[in-house]
Structures are given as structure tokens and as C-alpha cells.
Design a protein around this ligand. Sequence first.
Ligand code: BT5
Length: 324
Amino acid sequence: MESTRNKLIHLLEENKDTYISGQFLSDKLNISRSAIWKHMKELQKDGYEIEGIPKKGYRIVGFPDRLSENALQWGLKTDWLGKTIIHKEVVTSTQHIAHQIAQENTEHGTVIIADEQTNGKGRMNRHWYSSRDKGIWLSIILRPSILPYLAPQLTLLSACVLADVISQQSELIPKIKWPNDILVDGKKIAGILTEMQAEQDQIQYVVIGIGINVNHNHNDLPSDIQAKASSILMETNRNWDIKHFIQQILVTFEKEYNEYIEHGFTHVKKKWESYSFKIGEPIRISTLKSQWTAIFSGIAEDGALLVRNNDGTTEKLYSAEIDW
Ligand code: BT5
């Protein structure tokens, strides 16, 4: 059940353009006016900016800088994505929490966000460094009505969303390295991990994990990735508002996802290829079985990597590492 404090924040939020009287709030929340006053003092202590004017009432004029469910929802212009946001200070991995709650019928579009992950996950059990307050570490639970074999398309869609938001907000020129790395000037600043629970022909849920290095300085990155990783701050020499960035990601994600569900993958494929590295050029490919060089010819309709081998044959790859 929603707490009185959260109900109060929502009422203030819904009426942010006007003053609302203590009496109105007291009637709505079924608590005394002095209890309302005490709640307001607590909220102010926590960084909420609330104006209280005698005979007019209360008005919220600002949320704290820290991430919180309410702060993230404040002004979030989405219809369904992030209607439920779960924010935690420290977690092992937001993917882990997403899987736990997705089993319990959590609604499509639920978002889990953490300030820090102690055991962030990359693909194939690799580690994802997620230092406190420096980046965006979030997971989105989706229940798409698509066939399970098409789920990799959602990774490519997510990569396009990150590339769009990073370029719009920071004016950097991001590139996508198949399938899920976002690079700026050849260094990785973001990654995506897509995991799903499905039966043969039906997806139960998909969890899209998004990690972006935002306000890291060089020394905030562990030494083993310093040479190949970067952050938005390092590339732009300025600090970024993480909350605003998250909101932009959610708004853009919802728009792209709606378009994808309605019209299919064509538009995503085109956009992805426009951000992609090295189309038409030689790449080194490693799979569990072998390593070879081939020409990167683009992506297939189901999101697979298409390469042209030396013997002229075209091959479709679903799981591989590429390099050059
Ligand atoms: C990825 O894996 O790029 C997927 C990363 C997904 C992270 C998000 S954060 C929210 C959600 N919760 C999670 O627990 N995970 C998701 P992969 O392509 O396997 O890349 C992993 C490799 O990237 C590592 O082996 C390192 O070499 C490098 N790496 C690790 N942390 C990094 C960081 N913060 N920035 C850049 N590179 C990093």
C-alpha cells in the first residue's frame, strides 16, 4: 500500500501549478492538519522544496537531486514505461531484482534503478563495474507479444535508444558495436544486457539491463578497463544530471518500443545500421568454436550479425564477439 508520505508527494506533484490548502490535503489523506505540517517539514529535510504560504497552502517547487522513485517520476512524460519505478541505493544487480519481481506478475514497463551495483552483470557472466552515483544502472521489465527468437531485436532497439539519447543530450557521436556496446571515440561508455524467460513460442518477460558511465572521471574506472572505457563526463568535460538522463532514456525507449510493436523492426534496423561501426569493412569474429576475419555486411531482420566470408558465402551469427 502506498504510504501517506508518497500519497502526499503525489498530490503535491499533481497540483504543482497551484497551491493546495492544508485542509484539502488533510481531507484527502485523512490525517490532521498538524500531521500534514509535520510531513512537510520531513520532506523539506529530505531536500524537497516546498513553499508554504498562509491562506494559500502548499506548493512543491523542486525535488531533491538524489535519485528516488518520486524524483524520477516527477515530470516523467511516459504513458506506461516507469509507471512503477523501484529505486535502491545498493543492489547486487538490478537484473537480479528484476528477475525476482518479474516472476510475481510485475507489470510491463516496471523499472529498477540503483545508485550502485556490487555485482553488476555483463554478458556471459562477465562483470559490469557500477560505481556509486556515477552512472545509470537500470533494468526494464517488458512483456512483449513477440516470438522469443525475435528478442535480440530488443537489444538492438535499446542500443539505438541509448545512442539517440547520448547524441541528443551531449552532442557526442556514439557508435554501436554489435550487438550491445555503445562507444564514443572507440571507447565503451555503455552496455546492454538482455535476458528473458520464455517458453517455446511465448515470452513470459524480458529484462533489458542498461549500464551507462555518466559522471566517471578516469580514476573512477577500474584500471583493467581504463584503456578501453570512458564516460560521458570524460568525453564532454562536464557533469551530467543523471535523473534527467534517465527520464530521457525512458521517454525515448517508450516511443521506439511502441513504434517497433506497431510497425516491426525495419525502422530499428535502419537506425541501428546508421549508428553501426564498420559496415562493409573487415572484422575479426570469435565464437566458442573458432576465430576468423570476414566482412561485416549488416544485421538481419531478426537482429543477427551478417558477415560475408572469404569464400563469398554469407553467414548469420547470433552469438559472437567482434573486433577489428
Ligand atoms: C555488457 O556486457 O556490456 C552489458 C552491461 C549491462 C550492465 C547493466 S547495468 C544495469 C543492469 N544490471 C546488471 O547487472 N547489468 C545491467 P558485455 O558486453 O559482456 O561487457 C562486459 C565487459 O565490458 C567487461 O568484461 C569489461 O571488459 C567491460 N566493462 C565492465 N564494466 C564496464 C564499465 N562500467 N564501462 C565500460 N566497460 C565495462
